[in-house]
Ligand binder design. Structure first.
Ligand code: SF4
Ligand code: SF4
Ligand code: SF4
Ligand code: FES
Length: 887
C-alpha cells in the first residue's frame, strides 16, 4: 500500500493511502474530539467536531471523512477550531433538555464531557429542546430521543454491524430522529434488542433499562459472556457490587468487536436474581438448612468416600458443566478420576449432540472445528445447515448477515423452517426434517458429475475418493427430490452456487441432534474434502457450540470416554501418560454418560451424584422421571449459582460463583481460549468452583492441594495439547491449532483423511397417529434449558409465551384460531401451549420453543443422546395436536 507523508501539529506522520486524517492522528497519539465517529462504523461526517485546519489554505475540514494527502500540514487544535467546536457544542446543548443531573448516562455522556473540555457552562443561546415522548415499554431499552444529537451512530450500528435495519432517520432538519418504520414501538419492530445501538450512543438518548434506578457504574471490568459458545468479550459495569450495565468491549481482535446480543447485553441481570445461592445448605429433617462451609464440605467428602468404599467407584458419578471454566472442569474430572477412581464424569453438553460433533474430531484428527468467525466474511459461499444462528448464536448471525449484505457472499440456508436468516440468503432449501444427508450427497454427486472437485486437494490429503465417487453413482435425483421434498431445480441451483468454490459450512444442532446426525456429518465432511474446503481462508467448519464452554469442558476431559486434550481413555498409552502426570492408577472402565447416569440411578446402581453447574431435572427429557431417578440416590450434591429444580432435591448445596465473579478461561466455538478476571464480587458466602473442588480434594486425601488458580492453569498449560499459553493469556485470547499441518494429519503425523461411502438413508414413517413433526428450537432470549435466562427479570418480562408456530394451512384445516391453547403429544410426553399461525412453516410441521415454561418442551423428546444410526433425534419429534387443554 502506498505510504503518505503529512504533517499534523508540526509533527511528520506517515500513513497508508486512504487513511483518514483522524485515524492518522490517533495512530500517532494525537487526539481529535469526535461525537459521530466510531472506528467500527463507516465515517459519516455528521457532527463536525473532528475538524482540522489546513495550515496552507486555512481550510477547515472534518478529519474523519478526509483522507490523508501527501504534503498536507494540518492543525488539530487552533484558536479557530476551538471557536468552531465551542459553537457546535453550544448549539447542541441549546437543543438538549436540562436533565443532565438525573440522566443515567451521567459522567459518561460524551456531549457533557466535551462541553466541560471546551469550558462551556451556559450556552448563552435561546433554548430550543425538541421534546419527544420517552419510550420505555419494552424491558430492555429506554429511548429518550429529546437527548439525541443526530450523530447517526445507532443507525449505522444497526445497519452495518448487526445488519438488522430496524431504525433509520425519520423527519427532516432539527426534527429528524432515528426511528423505526412507521414509528412503531421497538418491541413491535424488527429490533432484536441486541443493544448495539445503546452501546454506541454518546448521550443518554439510548439507555439500558434497569428494573430499579441503578445509577452509573462505579467500576467497569472486562470479561467474557457466560451464555453461548460465541464467546463475546464484554465490559461489566457495577455499582455497590451489583451488575448495572453490560457493553461490548469495542476491541479489535475480539469475536464480537462492538456488538452483543439480547442475552449478552441484557440477560446478565440474572446475576442479581433472588434465586442466587449464597450460603451452603445441608438437608436435615426440616429440609435444606443453612450450614457452614466446613460442615458441608466434610459431609460431602465423608459420604462420597464411604459410598465408594461400600459400593465401589462405579457407584458414584460426577456431572460437570459446559458453563464452568476450563480450570474448574479440569479439577472436576481430576477429582472424579484420581480422587474417586471413576470415569463416570460428563457435562451438560452431552445434550448438544457431542457424539455427532465427535465425528468431525474422529475423521479430521481434531482440527476440523477451528475457524475464526471473522474468516466467514471472506468466504466464497456459505452453507448453513440445521442452524438458526440469529436466534441461537446471534453474533455469529451478524457475521453471516454482513457476509451476505456487505460482502455479497452467497448464503445457502438448509432448514425446514423459515428462519430469520432466510431474507439474507441467496437460496433457501426447506427440506424435510432428517433428510440433510441425502441432500448433501446429491449436491456432491452433481458437483462431481460437472467436474467441480479439487483434484489437487483430494490427491494430497485424502483416501478412498474413487470408492466414494462410485458409491454416489447410484444416487437418483428424482428419488432425492421425493425424500427431501425439494424440487430437482432447487438442488441444481444450490449446486450451481457451490460450483468451483471453497465452502464455509455453518453447522447447527439441527444436524447434531437429528436422527441421522452421523450420516449427515459424514456427508458434510465428504463434500468438504471433495471441494478442498478445509484449511483455506473462508472455507471449513463452523460448528455451533450452544454453551459458553462446551469446547473447553470437552478439552479438559469432563466427558466419560476422553482424558484432557480429548485423548481416548481406551488408549493405554494415553492412560499411562496421565497416570505419570497425576501419580495415580486410572481406571480403564468406560464411564457413564449423562443419560446412563440417570438410567443407573433409576436401577439403583448409582448411589451418589455430584452435579456442578448443571440442572438435569430441567434440561433432560421428562423432569418427573429425572427427579425420580435423583431421589433414588443415597447422596446428591449440587454446586451451583441459582436455586433450581435439581438443587431442591440435593442433600448438600454448595453456592458457587458465576462467571463474572471469578477468574478463569473459556474456549469458544472457534477454539479461541480466553482468560478473564473477576468483574464482580461473589454474593454472600459463595466460593469459586475451583476453590470448592480444591477444598474437597484436600478432604478426600489429595496430597498436594493447589495454592492458586494460576497453579491449576500452569498444570493445564503443561499437560493439555493446545493450552500451552494458558498460563499467561488475557483479553482476546488465541485460537489453538490453526496451522495447516495441524488440520491435516496427512502433512503432519498421520495418514490421509478417508472419504466415507454413500449409503442410501432409510426413511422411517412417523408412528401411527402422530401426523405432525415438531421442530424444537431455542428462542433468542433463552439458552439451553433456560435456567439462567429464566432468572433474568428482563427476559421474563419479554418472552413469557413460547407459543407454538403452525402453518396457516394447518390452522385452517383444523379450524384453530391464533392465540388458542392447544395440546401437543408425542410418543414420549405432552405439553400445552398457545398457538401462532405463520407463513414461515410448512404444513405438517410445527415449531416449539424450548427453555420456556420450565423447559417442558423436553417432555416431547425421547430420553437419549443422539448418536449413531437408529438413535432417535431430539430436535424433531412426531406429534399429534388437539385443541384445548387435554388429549
Ligand atoms: S439516538 Fe444516540 S446514537 Fe442515535 S443518533 Fe441520537 S445521539 Fe446518536
Ligand atoms: S437494539 Fe439492535 S436491532 Fe434494535 S435498533 Fe438497536 S442495533 Fe438495531
Ligand atoms: S452471541 Fe453468545 S456470547 Fe455473544 S453476547 Fe450473545 S450470548 Fe453472549
Ligand atoms: S467525528 Fe467527524 S464529523 Fe463527527
Amino acid at each position: 500500500m502506498e505510504q503518505i507523508s503529512l504533517i499534523i501539529n508540526g509533527m511528520p506522520v506517515i500513513a497508508d493511502s486512504g487513511t483518514s486524517i483522524l485515524k492518522a492522528a490517533g495512530d500517532n497519539g494525537i487526539r481529535i474530539p469526535t461525537l459521530c465517529h466510531h472506528p467500527h462504523l463507516e465515517p459519516a461526517g455528521a457532527c463536525r467536531l473532528c475538524i482540522v485546519e489546513d495550515e496552507k489554505s486555512g481550510r477547515i475540514m472534518a478529519s474523519c471523512v478526509t483522507p490523508v494527502v501527501s504534503g498536507l500540514s494540518v492543525q488539530t487544535d487552533s484558536e479557530a477550531l476551538r471557536r468552531h467546536r465551542t459553537n457546535i457544542v453550544r448549539l447542541l446543548l441549546a437543543n438538549h433538555p436540562e436533565s443532565c443531573i438525573v440522566c443515567n448516562k451521567g459522567n459518561r455522556c460524551e456531549l457533557r464531557l466535551l462541553a466541560a473540555e471546551l469550558g462551556i457552562g451556559v450556552t448563552g443561546l435561546y433554548r430550543m429542546p425538541h421534546y419527544m415522548k420517552l419510550e420505555e415499554a419494552n424491558p430492555f431499552i429506554i429511548r429518550d430521543l429529546t437527548k439525541c444529537i443526530l450523530c447517526g451512530k445507532c443507525i449505522r450500528a444497526d445497519h452495518e454491524l448487526v445488519a438488522v435495519g430496524a431504525i433509520d432517520y425519520n423527519g427532516r432538519g432539527l426534527r429528524s430522529r432515528p426511528a423505526t418504520a412507521h414509528e412503531t414501538p421497538l418491541e413491535k419492530s424488527s429490533c432484536t434488542f441486541c443493544g448495539t445501538c445503546v452501546s454506541m450512543c454518546p448521550t443518554g438518548a439510548l439507555l439500558a433499562k434497569n428494573a430499579h434506578y441503578a445509577g452509573s457504574p462505579q467500576r467497569e471490568a472486562l470479561t467474557i459472556c457466560g451464555f453461548c459458545g460465541v464467546g463475546c468479550s464484554l465490559v461489566i459495569g457495577s455499582a455497590d457490587g451489583r451488575i448495572v450495565e453490560v457493553n461490548p468491549s469495542h476491541s479489535d481482535g475480539t469475536v464480537n468487536r462492538s456488538t452483543l446480543c439480547l442475552r449478552g447485553h441484557f440477560a446478565h441481570d440474572f446475576l442479581n436474581a433472588p434465586e442466587r445461592l449464597t450460603v451452603p445448605l445441608i438437608r436435615r429433617e426440616d429440609g435444606l438448612t443453612r450450614t457452614t462451609w466446613e460442615e458441608a464440605l466434610d459431609l460431602v467428602a465423608e459420604r462420597l468416600l464411604s459410598i465408594k468404599s461400600r459400593y465401589g467407584p462405579q457407584s458414584i458419578a460426577l456431572l460437570g458443566s459446559s458453563k464452568c471454566t476450563n480450570e474448574e472442569n479440569y479439577l472436576f474430572q481430576k477429582l472424579a478420576r484420581v480422587g474417586l477412581a471413576t470415569n463416570n464424569v460428563d457435562n451438560g453438553a452431552a445434550l448438544s449432540g457431542r457424539p455427532v460433533w465427535g465425528r468431525l474430531e474422529e475423521r479430521l484428527g481434531g482440527g476440523g472445528r477451528v475457524k475464526t468467525l471473522s474468516e466467514l466474511e471472506q468466504a466464497e459461499v456459505i452453507l448453513v445447515l440445521g442452524a438458526d444462528p440469529t436466534q441461537s448464536s446471534p453474533v455469529l448471525g451478524y457475521h453471516l448477515r454482513r457476509a451476505s449484505r456487505i460482502r455479497r457472499t452467497p448464503v445457502i440456508v438448509v432448514d425446514p423452517r423459515r428462519t430469520d436468516l432466510i431474507p439474507f440468503s441467496a437460496l433457501w432449501l426447506p427440506l424435510n426434517p432428517n433428510s440433510d444427508s441425502t441432500l448433501i450427497h446429491a449436491l456432491a454427486s452433481k458437483l462431481l458429475m460437472e467436474g467441480y472437485y479439487d483434484r489437487d486437494f483430494i490427491g494430497r490429503f485424502t483416501a478412498g475418493f474413487e470408492e466414494y465417487r462410485e458409491s454416489l453413482s447410484s444416487l437418483d435425483l428424482e428419488k432425492v427430490s421425493r425424500a427431501t421434498g425439494l424440487k430437482v431445480k432447487a438442488i441444481d441451483q444450490a449446486a450451481g452456487l457451490l460450483a468451483g468454490k471453497k465452502i464455509a459450512f455453518v453447522i447447527g444442532h439441527g444436524i447434531a441432534l437429528q436422527r441421522d446426525g452421523f450420516q449427515a456429518m459424514d456427508a458434510i465432511i465428504n463434500l468438504a474434502l471433495m471441494t478442498g474446503s478445509l484449511g483455506d481462508s473462508g472455507g471449513g467448519f463452523y460448528g455451533i457450540a450452544r454453551e459458553n464452554n462446551e469446547a473447553g469442558a470437552w478439552d479438559m476431559g469432563t466427558v466419560p470416554d476422553a482424558l484432557p486434550g480429548r485423548q481416548a481413555l481406551s488408549d493405554s498409552t494415553v492412560r499411562k501418560h496421565w497416570e505419570r502426570a497425576w501419580h495415580c492408577r486410572l481406571s480403564p472402565d468406560p464411564g457413564l454418560s449423562l443419560v446412563n447416569m440417570i438410567l443407573e440411578a433409576e436401577k439403583g446402581n448409582l448411589k451418589a451424584l455430584y452435579v456442578m453447574g448443571e440442572n438435569p431435572v430441567r434440561a433432560l427429557s421428562g423432569s418427573p422421571r429425572i427427579g425420580g431417578a435423583l431421589k433414588n440416590l443415597e447422596f446428591l450434591v449440587v454446586q451451583d449459582i441459582l436455586e433450581n429444580e435439581t438443587s431442591r432435591l440435593a442433600d448438600v448445596v454448595l453456592p458457587g460463583a458465576a462467571f463474572a465473579e471469578k477468574g478463569g478461561s473459556f474456549t469458544n466455538m472457534e477454539g479461541r481460549i480466553q482468560s478473564f478476571e473477576a468483574a464482580l464480587p461473589r454474593p454472600g458466602e459463595a466460593k469459586t468452583d475451583w476453590e470448592i473442588l480444591n477444598l474437597l480434594g484436600e478432604r478426600m486425601g489429595s496430597p498436594d492441594p493447589y495454592r492458586s488458580i494460576q497453579q491449576v492453569r500452569s498444570e493445564i498449560a503443561s499437560l493439555v495439547p493446545g493450552y500451552l499459553d494458558l498460563a499467561g493469556s488475557h483479553g482476546t485470547g488465541w485460537v489453538k491449532e490453526t496451522s495447516r499441518s495441524r488440520l491435516f494429519s496427512a502433512e503432519g503425523e498421520g495418514g490421509m483423511i478417508a472419504f466415507s461411502s454413500y449409503a442410501p438413508f432409510l426413511f422411517e414413517s412417523p408412528p401411527e397417529g402422530y401426523p405432525y413433526q415438531a421442530i424444537l428450537g431455542s428462542p433468542r432470549g433463552h439458552l439451553g434449558s433456560g435456567t439462567r435466562t429464566a432468572a433474568s427479570a428482563r427476559i421474563r418480562d419479554y418472552a413469557p409465551e413460547g407459543a407454538v408456530e403452525m402453518s396457516l394451512e394447518d390452522g385452517a384445516s383444523l379450524g384453530i384460531q391464533e392465540g388458542e391453547t392447544v395440546t401437543l403429544a408425542s410418543p414420549y410426553g405432552t405439553i400445552r401451549r398457545s398457538l401462532v399461525l405463520t407463513e414461515g412453516i410448512r404444513p405438517g410441521l410445527l415449531y416449539v420453543p424450548r427453555a420456556v415454561h420450565g423447559n417442558d418442551a423436553t417432555s416431547l423428546v425421547p430420553f437419549v443422546i443422539p448418536s449413531g444410526a437408529g438413535t432417535p433425534g431430539t430436535n424433531v419429534v412426531p406429534v399429534k395436536i388437539e385443541r384445548g387443554p387435554g388429549l
